[in-house]
Design a protein around this ligand. Structure first.
Ligand SMILES: Nc1ncnc2c1ncn2[C@@H]1O[C@H](COP(=O)(O)OP(=O)(O)O)[C@@H](O)[C@H]1O
Ligand SMILES: [Mg+2]
Length: 250
C-alpha cells in the first residue's frame, strides 16, 4: 500500500493514518509511517512517544550557502535505520519533526532531508513489499509541493462542514493531477443525512463513513491509540473496511 492521508486540519487525518498503520502491521506486514506535518500528530496516534527534535537534520549537509543535500551514503534504508522511531507492532515512523523556534535552521534542514528521502523511497528494493502510509499537514499545499510522491492512493478525510469540503475538493484535484487514486472518506458523521449532504457538496460519493465515535474521543483523552483503546469500536471497524478498500485497487 502506498497511501497519503489528506484533508483539513482536525478532520481526523492522524487518527486514520495511525490506525491504518497499526492494523496493517498487526497482520505481519512491514509498515513505514511518514509524518510530513510540522505539527506532527502521527506519533501519538500510533502510540509512540513524540519527539520534537528534527532528527532528520542530521541526514543532510551543505556547502556554505548551497542547497541541503543528503550526506554521502544516506539513502532511504539508512535513514530509516538511523532516524526512524519504533512504534507498537513494529511500525517505523519517519517524520520531519515539530516546527521549532529554538533551532529553526535544523528544522529547515529536516524538511529538506524528508523531501529528498520520500523521493527516493521507490528506489529501495528492500522496501518494495512495505506499506507506506503518510500523514500530511492540513490543506492541499504539501500535495502541490510534492511531499508525498510515494502515494498512489490519497485518502481524503472530510468532515461534513463547508471548510472541510472545500479543502478536500482542492486536494482531490491536485491528487488526480498526479494520476493518483482518490478515496474520499466521511469522518465525524453524526446523523444519517450528513453523508448525503457531504457528498453533494463534495461532488462525488465517499467510499466509507466513519461515525462520530465517543470511543475515538475517549482514546484521545487517554492518549491511547484507537486500536489499543477500542479495537472493536464502530470507528475502528470502518477503518478496517477502508484498508480492504485500499487493497482492492478499485
Ligand atoms: N470519528 C471521530 N469521532 C470522534 N472524534 C474524532 C473522530 N475522528 C477524529 N476525532 C477527533 O478529532 C480530533 C482531530 O483528529 P486528528 O486525527 O488529530 O485530525 P488531523 O490530523 O486531521 O488534524 C482529535 O481529537 C480526534 O480524536
Ligand atoms: Mg494531524
Amino acid at each position: 500500500m502506498r497511501v497519503a492521508v489528506v484533508g483539513k486540519g482536525g478532520a481526523g487525518k492522524s487518527m486514520v493514518a495511525g490506525t491504518i498503520a497499526r492494523m496493517v502491521a498487526q497482520r505481519g506486514e512491514r509498515v513505514l509511517a511518514l509524518d510530513g506535518d510540522p505539527m506532527p500528530g502521527l506519533a501519538r496516534s500510533l502510540g509512540t512517544v513524540d519527539t520534537s527534535e528534527p532528527l532528520l537534520a542530521d541526514a543532510v549537509e551543505r556547502k556554505e550557502r548551497g542547497p541541503w543535500l543528503l550526506k554521502r551514503g544516506i539513502g532511504p534504508v539508512t535513514a530509516i535505520r538511523r532516524y526512524a522511531r519504533e512504534a507498537p507492532d513494529g511500525v517505523l515512523l519517519l517524520q520531519i519533526g515539530k516546527i521549532t523556534l529554538e533551532d529553526h535552521p535544523a528544522f529547515l534542514a529536516a524538511v529538506q532531508a524528508y523531501w529528498q528521502l520520500v523521493h527516493r523511497l521507490e528506489e529501495a528494493r528492500s522496501l518494495e513489499s512495505w506499506t507506506f502510509i503518510g500523514d500530511t499537514p492540513a490543506g492541499p499545499r504539501q500535495i502541490a509541493a510534492d511531499f508525498s510522491p510515494y502515494a498512489d492512493t490519497y485518502l481524503l478525510v472530510v468532515e461534513p462542514t463547508w471548510p472541510s469540503v472545500l479543502t478536500a475538493r482542492r486536494a482531490a484535484k491536485l491528487a488526480r493531477m498526479r494520476e493518483a487514486r482518490v478515496l474520499p472518506v466521511a469522518n465525524k458523521v453524526r446523523q444519517a443525512g450528513d453523508r448525503k449532504v457531504l457528498e453533494d457538496r463534495l461532488g462525488e460519493p465517499v467510499v466509507a463513513t466513519i461515525p462520530f465515535d465517543e470511543e475515538i474521543k475517549q482514546a484521545e483523552r487517554l492518549g491511547v491509540p484507537l486500536i489499543d483503546h477500542a479495537p472493536a469500536s464502530r470507528g475502528a471497524k470502518v477503518i478496517e473496511q477502508i484498508v480492504e478498500r485500499i487493497e482492492t485497487r478499485a
